[in-house]
Write a protein that binds this ligand. Structure first.
Ligand SMILES: Nc1ncnc2c1ncn2[C@@H]1O[C@H](COP(=O)(O)OP(=O)(O)OP(=O)(O)O)[C@@H](O)[C@H]1O
Ligand SMILES: [Mg+2]
Length: 292
């Protein structure tokens, strides 16, 4: 019988429906010792809907990666609770896979070996079944021809796609991406966004995507959560009602323009707070987006 424990990944791609509801309830996290505490996340309440692509945007250093680490179970909240499909997150698990900006591929292993590493180690998928699943995912991310290449022989975009395949072989309930395309050149980044959208739109696996690029957020998201400056709190939740499948041209629509203007104004206001010298009052200019 399929066990619905916290660590249990979805059983198959067809089994994803309704999976991946993530709830953060009054989550707080501080770093430092008791003499010099830095509050990074302050009683954050967030709900990620199953089947949604939720994008988190926030000013640099506001606590986005800290949030990812908490959800991934690499770190623990000081107060509050994180639930996935009703079960408390109490450590890392295959039900939540994370793709970071920095490549996490093992350089001494080929693309194929990297992808099969986890399931092989756990002895879950073996022999022919493992080979078939790895080949299916390699084809899906367009890397069949690069199966026997090492990470250093792949471009940045290819490395990200290999990481996606490596995460997907675990069939997680939720994929968590922390600025995965940062550092890629503009062309590769655009292509990766489109590729990633197609992958998401195929089976709508619940996805939490962190970025600091507002255009990327609008292009990808069903919902954008705009965070405040540190300590991170939710400033605004914006529904993105652009149709799917998405097309890059939709970024020129009035809907996209209005979202961009609203989000940019909040992000600018929040980012300025980190420049504010303590005790002094700083007058902030209103940002201008596009025309006039
Ligand atoms: N392990 C840690 N120990 C101490 N402080 C930490 C730790 N991790 C993060 N911080 C601090 O928490 C704050 C938020 O960092 P975090 O990396 O979560 O921000 P971010 O929003 O992801 O930033 P960026 O936009 O640069 O990716 C920073 O001030 C950082 O110095
Ligand atoms: Mg970060």
């Amino acid at each position: 019988m399929a066990q619905d424990t916290m660590d249990a990944p979805a059983q198959s791609a067809e089994d994803l429906a309704g999976k991946g509801r993530l709830e953060l309830k009054k989550v707080s996290k501080a770093y430092g010792d008791e003499w010099e505490q830095q509050l990074v996340i302050d009683e954050l309440d967030v709900e990620i809907r199953p089947g949604d692509l939720t994008v988190i945007v926030g000013p640099s250093g506001c606590g986005k990666s800290t949030l990812v680490n908490l959800i991934a179970g690499y770190e623990f909240p000081d107060t509050g609770e994180i639930l996935l499909d009703g079960n408390t997150v109490s450590g890392p698990g295959r039900d939540r896979m994370v793709v970071f900006q920095e490549t996490a591929l093992m350089p001494w292993q080929t693309t194929y070996q990297n992808i099969v590493f986890g399931p092989k180690l756990r002895g879950e998928l073996t022999g022919r079944a493992l080979q078939q699943e790895a080949d299916r995912l390699l084809a899906k991310v367009g890397l069949s021809e690069f199966k026997h290449k090492y990470p250093l022989q792949l471009s940045g975009g290819m490395q990200r796609r290999a990481e996606l395949a490596r995460a997907l072989i675990n069939n997680p309930r939720i994929m968590i991406m922390d600025e995965p395309f940062r550092g890629l050149d503009a062309m590769s980044r655009g292509l990766m966004q489109e590729f990633f959208l197609r992958l998401f739109e195929e089976n709508r696996r619940t996805n939490l995507f962190v970025t600091s690029e507002i255009d990327e957020a609008i292009f990808l998201a069903d919902r954008i959560i705009v965070l405040s400056n540190r300590p991170a709190k939710v400033r605004k939740v914006i529904e993105v009602n652009l149709p799917r499948p998405r097309d890059y041209k939709m970024l020129n629509s009035t809907e996209a323009y209005n979202i961009k203007r609203e989000a940019m104004a909040i992000l600018h206001e929040e980012a300025m707070k980190s420049f504010k010298p303590s005790g002094a009052s700083v007058k902030m200019a209103t940002p201008v987006v596009g025309g006039h």
